[in-house]
Ligand binder design. Structure first.
Ligand SMILES: Cc1ncc(COP(=O)(O)O)c(C=O)c1O
Length: 397
């Protein structure tokens, strides 16, 4: 699959080997052009005005919501709330709902593989309320150990795990964790930031009450994210941010709020972001999610096997993974590796990947991460390896 032609950035940087898709994806021309056209011909404030451009932007915004709903197989438009990113969606869950219901004798259960944005909001609430924060620990490959499921019990208020870990790449057995949660009527939150756009994500099949993701990791612009929630649950959320667009009536001393979804979307919304997200979904659907998934799996497993065969590289995790591989060059700091790779036009991520508890637990505080997208090829992996050989030469010889 040679889709680099759809991404203008590779015309501007012909030598670029972009392997940082888990941090943020590149944007196809279809997305960039749609946003540019919107500002040239359709820009208006959504929801507010009766004039033509306002109506057009409202329509674009609503169509985007419908596209997201269909893409993740939600039941109704009101179950889709637009946020800035996955981080904001997770904070919205924490502060618009969990905060009002969490009690001292409750516990919250998180996977040790969670991204910081899926830890800190709940850690803060537990501290405030005096509730217990528990972690599901994993084996060295990142798989949650079965005996950890017992931590989910009758006092658990919420369990939250990633579908795919951005820190080690492991694909979690969501079903087993959520089946255990169902035994006690526990709220189930899935962080799908590394899955949407790469894998088939169906909120019903996944049995999630709440699910979050960021548009910018799946070809949409930065600044648009999604919170999915089952309608009856979201309907119990109190406003997160207050202001324009989320109200019914405002009196001097009191306010009544709009229905979902507007109640949770205060202020002028990011129409260009929603449009970009819809165009990204169209792009993925046109290519076919199954084909994308198959291609990325092929490139990822090629990278995994190739890196594993190199004696100076330590690769983390097993083959049950999303589209990313984490590794270290033995005895070399990942930041040094990433800098040398950059001088060979190979862009990877190095560091703790916003997963410090996981990295500390696994005892490798910093790693290199190569993450793949539909435009990556086996040749890209070969170039990564050539650049790693250069690292080896600098440090070992
Ligand atoms: C699994 C996971 N969750 C959450 C996030 C946070 O995403 P954002 O920074 O777009 O809010 C990331 C970002 O890397 C992630 O990989």
């Amino acid at each position: 699959m040679l889709y680099k032609k759809d991404f203008e950035i590779f015309n501007n940087h012909p030598d670029l080997i972009y392997l940082d898709n888990a941090a943020t994806s590149q944007k196809p021309n279809q997305v960039i052009d749609a946003i540019s056209d919107y500002y040239k011909s359709g820009n208006g404030s959504p929801h507010r005005g009766a004039h033509h451009l306002s109506v057009v932007s409202t329509q674009i915004y609503n169509e985007g919501r419908r596209a997201v709903r269909d893409f993740i197989h939600a039941s109704r438009d009101e179950e889709i709330i637009f946020t800035r990113n996955a981080t904001e969606a997770l904070n919205l869950i924490a502060y618009a709902y969990v905060k009002d219901h969490l009690k001292e004798d409750h516990n919250i259960v998180l996977s040790i593989t969670n991204h910081h944005s899926n830890i800190i909001p709940f850690q803060r609430l537990c501290h405030q309320v005096g509730a217990e924060l528990r972690y599901l620990y994993c084996d060295e490959n990142g798989h949650i150990l079965e005996d950890q499921y017992e931590k989910i019990d009758e006092n658990t208020f919420l369990v939250s795990i990633p579908m795919i870990s951005n820190g080690i790449g492991v694909k979690h057995d969501v079903k087993s964790v959520f089946d255990r949660a169902d035994m006690f009527g526990v709220l189930k939150l899935l962080d799908a930031a590394q899955a949407v756009g790469h894998e088939h994500v169906d909120v019903k099949e996944l049995n999630a009450d709440l699910l979050v993701f960021s548009g910018h990791k799946m070809f949409a612009p930065q600044g648009i994210g999604v919170l999915y929630g089952k309608f009856d649950l979201l309907n119990k959320f109190q406003p997160f941010l207050s202001g324009g667009d989320m109200i019914e009536y405002v009196e001097e001393q009191t306010t009544t709020y709009a229905d979902l979804p507007e109640r949770l979307e205060a202020g002028t919304q990011n129409v260009e972001g929603v449009l970009g997200l819809k165009k990204a979904i169209d792009y993925i659907n046109d290519l076919g999610l199954d084909r994308i998934n198959k291609h990325e799996a092929l490139i990822t497993s090629y990278a995994y096997e190739t890196l594993k065969a190199l004696d100076y590289i330590e690769v983390y995790g097993d083959d049950k993974r999303g589209s990313l591989v984490t590794f270290n060059v033995k005895e070399v700091h990942p930041h040094d590796v990433a800098s040398i790779l950059d001088s060979h036009h190979v862009a990877i991520r190095a560091g703790h990947h916003c997963c410090q508890p996981l990295m500390k637990y696994l005892n490798h505080p910093s790693t290199c991460r190569a993450s793949f997208s539909l435009f990556n090829t086996k040749e890209d992996v070969d170039k990564l390896v050539m650049a790693l050989e250069a690292v080896k030469e600098v440090f070992y010889e």
